[in-house]
Design a binder for this molecule. Structure first.
Ligand code: HFR
Length: 564
């Protein structure tokens, strides 16, 4: 089918400057095409572009009536849905930044985000229970039909009435090294610039149905909205409880006629384990796009064996810059492949490698840190100028230009074709099931547990189990409290490698692997879960009398990992 009668072609050709204008541009061209397709009890629920625009109008009106306006922030607590998409577009329309938060977020973390950002409103999906919040924050629920106010916020003095493309479109909170989450502030100009660069890759057409499997608080879902709506295609938002179960997940893909699935690699781990046959039979599926972490090569090969026809796209990026590159995985993957290519930056952006002294590295196979020059650069971390400065570096090619580049913290080399291949990190940031985790933030939380003298947290790669967080806890001498009585326990019910190994390792580490051990580790984990999202709670907790150190005084990682 051709669309010769297209009025304003999508693919970023629209003159839109704001997030909502960009995402709703296709409403003028394709009013009756589906913008959002949601799995429902019987079949699917389609929202056309016209209906989406109508929902945005209704929500905009409702939010305006509550006093939401230019320069405000709105905490948006919801799973991805047509209504949630309309709600964030309504915030954008009013010049208010949205702060997406998953309903699964521990309440303490939500409260700390509210305390840090002073939102005018906490807006939640009508199905999500309320949370007690400071009186300065209004509360309301939403559906696609409109907003239902609970507590009207007190009117705020307005410092600005004009919207600007440099205003924050959203603030996304991600794990922070200092123990508190970092708010990544992204402007309308940055998001729209990213969308234009991404759409120039022409990864989808208006006939695609793109499944979005990430929670709303992960900027990957914003990529998905832009990728689909920017091309006049449909986005298929899937809820976490659907994504978690391979059977439900694959049925939803089938029901909605999904042609492309965007998600983290761990999405496919359980599918391969439980329902590989159904993946093979999923006729509508043409493309898998993944990002957030490395796709384990054995699993990637398995997917290619099952579906040699699938296009697999490796998308690399960070919340501070959205996606920087898209690279198609070769079919089939060469037998000697070790580090997948992330390709080169998408149009409008550029990746450079620098060594530890900040000098450009450009010979093949030489490793350096990726610096990113991009129009989609974040504005800064919310209320944290120091961290913002640390994330930026002068352009090594022309330091006098004043142009700051993003220090990604990712180590990579270039292959002879010039494509980048990731090898590791310069810091202790890790990815757990595609979620960004600063080991320091987990350590900070563990140190808050009474009776804890020292801690060290590691991420261990465990093949099929994926990356597992392991905490070593040193109890305060002579305290019966805290983690002092704990030994080891593996959190994952099935793969319980840790507990088995602990009898010998525990003895050498001086930790008693007694009967109460797992209960105590469970207590430590519960303590973490009070403030940290589930993926940041260590699966393994070990008690050790002291943290071994290397000759130069650093925590001896190898010695600790040998205890596992
Ligand atoms: C990331 C960043 C991706 C796509 C990122 C679209 C949008 C946004 C993103 C995803 C992310 N192979 N390692 C890869 N926001 Br819009 O994961 N962001 S993050 O800030 O949580 O984490 C880090 O994840 C990077 O610095 C890398 O270390 C790692 N990473 N993509 C890949 C990857 C391997 N494709």
């Amino acid at each position: 089918m051709t669309h010769g009668d297209r009025l304003s072609p999508p693919y970023g050709a629209s003159p839109a400057e704001f997030l909502h204008e960009f995402l709703l541009a296709a409403a003028a061209t394709f009013p009756d095409r589906p913008a959002v397709i949601e799995p429902a009890d019987s079949g699917t629920l389609e929202t056309t572009y016209r209906e989406l625009a109508t929902a945005v109008d209704a929500l905009t009106e409702g939010l305006a009536a509550l006093g939401v306006g230019v320069g405000d922030r709105v905490v948006l607590e919801a799973d991805a849905s047509a209504a949630a998409l309309a709600a964030l577009l309504a915030c954008s329309t009013l010049g208010a930044a949205f702060i997406p938060v998953s309903p699964q977020t521990p309440r303490e973390r939500l409260l700390s985000i509210v305390a840090a950002t002073d939102p005018v409103l906490h807006l939640r999906d009508a199905g999500t229970p309320g949370t007690e919040l400071p009186a300065a924050t209004g509360t309301a629920t939403f559906t696609a039909a409109g907003v239902s106010a609970e507590r009207t916020p007190a009117p705020r003095p307005r410092r600005r009435t004009e919207r600007s493309v440099t205003d924050p479109a959203y603030v996304i909170f991600t794990s922070g090294t200092t123990g508190r989450p970092k708010g990544v502030v992204m402007s309308h100009r940055a998001v729209v610039a990213f969308y234009r660069g991404m759409l120039a890759e022409r990864l989808v057409t208006e006939h695609d149905r793109v499944a979005s499997t990430s929670p709303l608080q992960f900027d990957f879902s914003l990529l998905n909205f832009g990728m689909a709506l920017g091309a006049g295609a449909a986005v298929v938002p899937l809820k976490p409880e659907v994504v978690r179960w391979p059977r439900r997940f694959l049925s939803a893909l089938h029901e909605a006629g999904v042609t492309q699935v965007n998600g983290v690699p761990s999405l496919w781990t359980s599918v391969l384990r439980r329902d590989a046959g159904r993946l093979a039979a999923l006729g509508s599926l043409r493309t898998i796009l993944f990002c957030g972490e490395k796709f384990p090569l054995p699993q990637l090969r398995r997917v290619q064996e099952l579906r040699p026809d699938l296009r697999i796209v490796n998308c690399y990026g960070s919340t501070e810059s959205m996606a920087a590159s898209f690279a198609e995985v070769p079919r089939p993957l060469p037998a000697d492949e070790t580090d997948l290519s992330i390709g080169v930056a998408h149009p409008g952006a550029e990746m450079l490698l620098v060594d530890a002294d900040g000098r450009v590295v450009d010979e093949p196979y030489a490793t350096g840190e990726i610096l990113l020059r991009t129009p989609a650069l974040f504005s800064g971390y919310w209320d944290d100028p120091e961290a913002t400065r640390a994330a930026l570096a002068p352009d090594p090619l022309e330091p006098r230009s004043g142009q700051p580049l993003l220090r990604t913290g990712d180590l990579a080399y270039r292959d002879p074709s010039g494509a980048f291949r990731l090898t590791g990190r310069t810091d202790s940031q890790v990815q757990i099931r595609g979620n960004r985790v600063e080991l320091g933030e987990v350590e900070r939380r563990l140190l808050e547990l009474a009776g804890t003298a020292a801690v060290a947290v590691f991420a261990e790669e465990r093949g099929a189990e994926g990356t597992v967080l392991c905490a070593f806890v040193v109890p305060e001498p002579g305290t019966g409290a805290g983690a002092s009585a704990s030994a080891s326990a593996s959190a994952s019910a099935g793969a319980n490698a840790g507990a088995g190994a602990s009898a010998s390792a525990g003895a050498s580490a001086g930790a008693g692997a007694g009967a109460g051990a797992s209960a105590d580790a469970a207590r430590v984990r519960a303590f973490c879960a009070e403030t940290l999202p589930a993926y940041m709670v260590p699966q393994e907790v070990r008690s050790v009398p002291a943290l071994p150190v290397t000759a130069n005084g650093k925590t001896d990682r190898a010695a600790l990992l040998a205890l596992l």
